[in-house]
Design a protein around this ligand. Structure first.
Ligand code: FAD
Length: 443
């Protein structure tokens, strides 16, 4: 490592960690290393759909990062087949009515997490990432030096100038930053969501459900669960699921009950057929959770990003996109920092990241919760007014997908420059005369 380089440890080699590392390895003044707990990536769950804000964030990180996504993504159906997510009322007086068409496009793509990670990994030199390194302890109090000391489960230790935790929903970095007893430290499942899910070969699914739903993306809404199908791998595999709000709560917080098609007798016939198919094999089921708002994402030279900072319910389909927006902002800020004795520029960069990314990413967490309640007819009568629902979906899709991601990077740089100039922040964080950050204020 060159003397004036800044050592950045990224813990967690998921989408957030690898995307940022792929950006930082291009910077001469940064010596980045990723520590990932698993020995190799496994494919888990359905494919990810990355929306326009995610594509813009990858482009800002570098054209090769965006290209890695396009090289790995598969079309849901045929290249020239137009697909759209159709949100339809599945139960009640307006049953069968279409309330939103989201993301209409030819050749819509999904990417498996493992494939996307492989694509990012190819952009990072092998000596910049270590697998099988599960972080178990963070310590900033060793020998008074401005260093972050990391201990891994295998007993090995490293030190770095700065720690960026991208260690997912059960993040150790989050517990360290907030304190393990902080109410927002662990993930929560306030609404008791259980996602019953199956994967079926498309030829089999066509025998059981309306074949229309094997080449399109329906979300059929109702009070005892919303039903959803996603064609995968060029129409060869179908992911089908029923997300039930309250299922875990009805089980007293324990295991959710088995999915019972009898709950759906008043849903549309199409919806009932999908439920019966899912109920026959729920082996891909899981329990959803998200994070209550953290009061800050950074303190000193330690920060968290991606799901570690703001895990959300999957209903707005924007969690990975938010992780990529984080990576784009951090990459842009760290491009500016230079080594100083006390590494204050790094602290200012992480504080600027917090200031700019926390409000938007936490709004997306709230939005995903709200999507869940709207889907479950639990949002103050919205399902009785399809026009209101249409407006809601239109506005929310614009908020997540059509966001000015480049403008966000520019806003972060402006905050960084203000901190560097010693200007006082208007939200209570004071920067004193010699540029030291006075403290992080809980909001
Ligand atoms: P993760 O992907 O969780 O990565 C964290 C990494 O840290 C892991 O590799 C883990 O092994 C490692 N790690 C954890 N602890 C430690 C430790 N102590 N030491 C070292 N390493 C550690 N988002 C979208 O944008 N579009 C979608 O369509 C979409 N669909 C989804 C569908 C489902 C079913 C689910 C569950 C999520 C979906 N998401 C979607 C959300 C998206 O998958 C996540 O937001 C995204 O993967 C978060 O990336 P991350 O890198 O922050 O966290």
């Amino acid at each position: 490592m060159a003397k004036d380089q800044i050592q950045v440890a990224i813990v967690g080699g998921g989408i957030a960690g690898l995307a940022l590392a792929a950006g930082l390895v291009k910077k001469q003044h940064i010596d980045v290393h990723v520590y990932e707990s698993v020995p190799a990536y496994k494919d888990v769950g359905a494919g990810l759909a990355l929306h326009l804000n995610a594509i813009k964030a990858m482009t800002l990180l570098g054209p090769e990062i965006r290209q890695a996504y396009f090289d790995k993504a598969l079309t849901m159906g045929d290249e020239d087949q137009e697909m759209v997510t159709e949100v339809i009322l599945g139960q009640g007086p307006h049953k069968g009515e279409l309330v939103a068409e989201l993301g209409r496009a030819k050749g819509r793509k999904t990417v498996s997490r493992a494939d996307l990670l492989d694509g990012f990994l190819a952009l990072i030199p092998k000596d910049k990432i270590s697998f099988g390194k599960k972080l178990v302890e963070i310590n900033e109090q060793v020998s008074g030096e401005p260093k972050v000391h990391l201990t891994f489960q295998d007993g090995s230790k490293v030190e770095a100038d700065c720690l960026l935790g991208a260690d997912g929903i059960h993040s150790l970095t989050r517990s360290y930053l907030l304190g393990a007893d902080h109410p927002a430290a662990p993930p929560k499942n306030h609404d008791g969501w259980q996602i019953y899910r199956t994967m079926v070969p498309t030829v089999e699914a066509r025998k059981q459900i309306n074949p229309k739903w094997t080449t399109s993306v329906p979300i059929l809404l109702g009070p005892r669960g919303h039903i959803n199908c996603i064609p995968l791998n060029k129409n060869t595999r179908l992911s089908a699921g029923v997300a039930v709000r309250g299922a875990v709560l009805s089980a007293g917080g324990g295991r959710a009950p088995p999915l019972d098609p009898a709950w759906y007798a008043d849903y549309t016939e199409d919806a009932q057929r999908i439920v019966r198919m899912v109920a026959a094999d729920t082996s891909a089921s899981w329990t959803a959770a998200d994070h209550d708002h953290a009061p800050y994402y950074a303190r000193g030279r330690v920060a968290m990003f991606g799901d570690a900072a703001h895990a959300s319910m999957p209903f707005a389909g924007n969690g990975a996109a938010q992780a990529l927006e984080d990576a784009a902002v951090l990459d842009c800020l760290l491009a500016r920092v230079r080594r100083t004795d006390e590494l204050l520029q790094v602290e200012h960069a992480l504080l600027a990241f917090d200031r700019v990314r926390r409000p938007r990413s936490q709004a997306v967490v709230d939005l995903a919760r709200k999507f869940g309640r709207v889907y479950a007819y639990a949002e103050d009568g919205m399902h009785e007014d399809p026009e209101r629902m249409k407006r809601f979906f239109g506005e929310m899709a614009a908020f997540t997908n059509e966001f000015d991601v480049k403008g966000q990077n520019e806003a972060a740089l402006k905050v960084f420059e203000e901190l560097e100039l010693g200007m006082e922040m208007d939200d209570g964080v004071e920067v004193n005369g010699n540029g030291k950050v006075g403290g992080v204020v809980e909001s």
